[in-house]
Design a protein around this ligand. Structure first.
Ligand code: HEM
Length: 613
């Protein structure tokens, strides 16, 4: 069935005519149609507003309707309405606007793709949003590793206005983050965490500049390799407590956490944490938890940092930031004040003896130590968890290491730090733990502070540069059979690099303490125990618990998901030796810290210990 309506008339038939046109076929609803049409005529069909009428153009359109449809469709009515000359004028304006929008989009698209063409390769994305909708929901480093296979050692993604460049080989990461560290050592802007919560005080995310250099000099003076070795007596005590705990407990996640918290807190603030349940440990856990949540939340102010200049009442995130910021500052002041009262060495007291501290405010000084604690405690805990996973899954490699340990130490005493220096397989084993499952697999982002070029690609100033620890660790070119746990690769080549501690000037400054912890604990745990899969009850039967090679949390940190492991003493003599050695070890924190202070004074009498940055 056909319908004929004027398509491009500047003036339409009167409303009666329209009603007639509509009503001739749509007997059932002419009144409704006419009413709608009337309304538009009343609104727009005004001689004063509209141009002079032009004759009706005889270009009909055909509307196909079904005879039994019983009434005009909304489309038919809208066509009738749009035939009004006023609406045609509006339509023309709308068309004009649409043209402008299309043109603008074309220009934006052209500029976007021209910009993208100069960047390292990567998924094309869309103008304006880039690859925003392609962000992986979890374990992004796995997706990035696949993208490296497609695009090579360097690829880029565009997230809104932010360009992120991923580096997937040691060579690329070293070429940029180390060899050109003068421009690759800053951090991307974290508006909520860095500016709103920490008010520009948090060391890990400070941009590269005078303030960060001030922090780094202070941290470098107490974390240098020589100073780190003076902390061994404390590590010896904590490590003996750790191995003795496994005689009665198998909650190894918590035991490792206690070890790392106690060691780092004693060094930073002069107080050990013998149970791991102390108020201070819980306080730091809360601050870290708040921080992790704030990092993974999508704050609008992170995407649009200029919003931070709005008046306070227009910034709903400010209340949260003030609350969290006040909480962490109060806590950092409180533990810093406690440290000042204690006898013996601690980092809070130590930095006040250095002239570099004068350039920093009281708040900044409390963050220098608070943030060092944050950076050191969890990373060590997670790496010890990865050790347990590797040991449970790779019994053949554990056997080789146990033979080395027994050869060097014998079976009558626990290994010492001096012993560990005579164990090349142990050193290779620890490096392979770092490489095999890096605990910060996504890497810690750097930012570039000047335009640059690499492999013929443009690297724009301000871009985020990510040396992906996971992608690099899984690079088959450097680490054949990368998913296999093979300490032998580091025996064959002791200089084989690994990325666990990051790169360039931002590389982990606490790595010497971290490595000493790994060496002594791995040696002692494997001297004392066979570490096997734990047990669980399934359908009433005792079976070996499931342990997944790839079961890891997804987040900034990625420790293994909880799994069960059993620490079985390797002989009947082991418990007695562990208990005796632990009982005989000095446990007074004050005495140990005083000895550390004396050792440091002797060292400081020698070469300067301040690191160059
Ligand atoms: C096995 C344990 C550890 C791992 C895996 C680790 C890993 C890292 C990584 C990946 C970074 C960032 C590097 C980059 O930006 O390229 C870092 C930074 C840092 N780490 Fe560690 N770390 C460990 C232990 C420690 C310890 C024990 C301390 C101190 C007690 C410490 C203190 C720091 C500090 C202060 C920074 C900040 C550097 C900056 O200013 O940007 N870390 N760590």
């Amino acid at each position: 069935m056909n319908w004929y309506l004027p398509l491009s008339a500047s003036r339409v038939p009167s409303c009666e005519q329209s009603a007639v046109i509509l009503s001739t076929r749509y007997q059932q609803i002419p009144r409704n149609a006419a009413t709608i049409y009337n309304l538009f005529v009343l609104l727009f069909d005004d001689e004063r507003v509209l141009p002079a009428p032009r004759p009706l153009q005889a270009r009909p359109i055909t509307i196909h309707t079904h005879p039994a449809s019983g009434g005009p469709s909304i489309t038919a009515i809208m066509i009738a309405i749009l035939s009004s000359s006023a609406l045609m004028a509006i339509a023309r304006v709308a068309l004009g606007l649409l043209g402008v929008v299309v043109l603008a989009l074309a220009v934006i698209s052209y500029r976007y793709y021209a910009f993208r063409r100069r960047l390292p390769p990567g998924p094309a994305g869309l103008p304006l949003v880039g690859n925003l909708f392609e962000m992986p929901k979890s374990h992004p480093w796995l997706t990035h590793t696949e993208l490296h296979k497609r695009y090579g050692p360097i690829f880029s993604m565009q997230y809104g206005l932010s360009t992120v460049i991923y580096l997937g080989t040691q060579e690329a990461a070293r070429d940029l983050l180390e060899k050109r560290s003068n421009i690759y050592s800053s951090r991307p802007r974290f508006t909520m965490v860095g500016e709103c919560i920490s008010q520009g005080n948090r060391s890990l995310i400070l941009p590269y500049g005078e303030q960060w250099r001030g922090y780094h000099r202070l941290q470098g003076s107490f974390l240098s390799p020589r100073m780190s070795n003076t902390y061994r007596e404390l590590q010896d005590l904590e490590s003996k407590q750790l191995v003795s705990e496994f005689l009665t407990k198998d909650d190894f996640f918590k035991r490792f956490h206690r070890y790392s918290s106690s060691l780092t807190f004693a060094l930073a603030y002069g107080k050990r944490m013998p149970t791991g349940q102390e108020e201070e440990v819980k306080g730091v856990e809360k601050i870290m938890d708040n921080l992790n949540k704030a990092f993974i939340t999508n704050w609008i102010v992170d995407s649009l940092p200029f919003l931070n200049h709005l008046p306070s009442f227009m910034k709903p995130w400010k209340k949260i930031a003030d609350f969290l910021g006040d909480e962490e500052r109060d806590f950092f002041y409180k533990i810093r004040d406690g440290a000042a009262q204690r006898r013996g060495y601690n980092w809070c007291k130590d930095i006040l003896t250095m002239k570099e501290h004068k350039a920093l405010t009281d708040t900044q000084l409390s963050y220098v130590i608070g943030n060092t604690y944050e950076a050191g405690a969890d990373t060590t805990t997670m790496t010890l968890q990865v050790f347990t996973l590797a040991a449970v899954l790779h019994q053949d490699k554990v056997k080789i290491l146990q033979e080395e340990i027994d050869r060097v130490v014998g079976r009558d005493r626990l290994p010492t730090f001096e012993d560990t220096e005579k164990m090349p397989y142990l050193a290779a084993f620890v490096k392979e733990i770092h490489r095999w499952r890096p605990v910060l697999p996504g890497g810690v982002p750097h930012a570039v502070t000047a335009d640059d070029e690499y492999m013929g690609y443009h690297i724009p100033k301000g871009a985020t540069i990510v040396g992906g620890h996971w992608a690099i660790s899984m690079d088959e070119g450097l680490y054949p059979n990368a998913d296999n746990f093979e300490p032998e690769r580091f025996l064959k080549n002791p200089d084989l690099p690994y990325s666990q501690f990051g790169f360039g000037r931002r590389k982990c400054i606490g790595q010497h303490i971290g490595n000493n912890s790994m060496m002594i604990n791995v040696a002692r745990m494997l001297w004392a125990y066979d570490i096997k899969k734990g047990w669980e009850i399934v359908d009433g039967k005792k079976v070996e618990a499931h342990v997944g090679r790839l079961d890891f949390y997804s987040g900034f940190n990625s420790p293994p998901l909880p799994f069960k492991a059993a620490f079985i003493p390797r002989s009947e003599k082991v418990p007695e030796i562990i208990r005796r050695e632990f009982a005989e070890t000095e446990k007074s924190t004050e005495i140990i810290l005083e000895r550390i202070e004396q050792a440091q004074q002797i060292l400081k009498g020698g070469e300067p210990t301040v690191v160059a940055v």
